[in-house]
Design a binder for this molecule. Sequence first.
Ligand SMILES: O=C(O)CCC(=O)C(=O)O
Length: 254
Amino acid sequence: MSLTHDEKAGFVRDGIAVRRGLVPENLITRAKSLIDDWVREQMDASQISAYTQRTFAPELGQHPDLLDLFANSGAVELATELLGDIQPVTTTQIQIRIPEETLTTSQPEKAMHVDGVACPHLDPDELRTFSLLVGVVLSDISDPDGGALRYLPGGHQVMARWFRTEWSRGVTEQVPPQIDTESGTPFMGKPGDVLLMHHLVPHSVGNNYTLTPRVMAYFRVSHPHHAQRRLEALRDPWLDYPPLAAITIASPTA
Ligand SMILES: O=C(O)CCC(=O)C(=O)O
């Protein structure tokens, strides 16, 4: 399992790589059935806001059938190829966008942000950053209005510049104004597709106006040194990506 030179160059330029159909069907079926059971039997409708901020199915965060989506699908190899070395991944985040029509309370949208910086539910001084977000599609996402994740290709460069020149700890804005107003590219896909997204790519998510829940499993992957240099990694987008050094040197705007 490996990324082509074009995929790596695309990742340097856009902050994104997508591998369609990477996760085998049996892993998707097991994960989906666990989540469906949780929704039917354990989901508390009054907690939709809290699940949206953190994770749906918190009880399943360390379930081996969910961790397998990353560990036994080839995704771990792709992440390691980008970062050189990774910290073990021990939890899964499940994000469901519930069809508006079936909601009894509203599900908050998420404005453009990068994860772990100035999160509305965290102390603005606290950084909960990582190096790479890996998203596994668990439902059919064929309508951009179906609660698709929206990302800004190339936004990692803008964010790094903002962190270097304007931002400081305690700032409550999540992104600079020119990014806040962007609507982003919807990430569409089918169960088993995998998104590899640089930690500085801004993204948002809106309501689901279809009749089908949109389900994603996310894995937050860190370079082993990330925790000791969170601030530096916000300002230098390639600090956590030593294997990409040759490509980033060849394209200096990256
Ligand atoms: O896909 C989603 O629901 C949004 C995930 C996200 O942006 C987050 O959890 O920070």
